[in-house]
Design a protein around this ligand. Structure first.
Ligand SMILES: [Zn+2]
Length: 81
């Protein structure tokens, strides 16, 4: 089995459709977007509890949303603890 066999179909399609500079530019752009989302959903510790400042302020003014929030878990592809 080669490494190619482990590559996702989506990744293979990018290689077929784009050259390496296009792929690198796309990856850099998406990494920057993910960094902006992470910065927006910043973790702060409030009374020994990690909370998401953005979700707490936006969704639940009277409730602090635990960090990692749904958005960070979606970025990290993790389940709710
Ligand atoms: Zn959040």
């Amino acid at each position: 089995m080669s490494r190619w066999d482990d590559v996702s179909e989506a990744a293979k399609q990018l290689i077929y459709d784009l050259n390496e500079l296009d792929i690198a530019e796309s990856l850099a752009s998406r990494n920057a977007a993910a960094d902006r989302v992470r910065a927006l959903h910043e973790r702060v510790t409030n009374q020994h509890v990690d909370v998401c400042t953005y979700c707490s302020a936006r969704d639940y003014p009277a409730y602090e949303v635990p960090w990692p929030c749904d958005t960070i878990r979606a970025l990290d592809n993790t389940e709710e603890p």
